[in-house]
Design a binder for this molecule. Sequence first.
Ligand SMILES: [Zn+2]
Length: 79
Amino acid sequence: MSKRNIIELLDPAPTRKDSKHEYLLERATGKNRRQMIRASKCMSCDNTATLFRDAASIREYQNSGFCQYCQDMYFEDAY
Ligand SMILES: [Zn+2]
């Protein structure tokens, strides 16, 4: 595994989604996406999510709430 640049995200801001979408997501996961992101937690694994590889990963986190590890697990094909 090669050494990568790491960016620390200190002030995460969840992207806006409409309230119906947020509601369905919370029903499905039992977690509130905006609260999880503001608390720097991962929607998938519940670990602290503050370290990201690049700006695209940070944008993805603020959208999906997935930490870098989970992004790599689930979105591997996207890169
Ligand atoms: Zn995770």
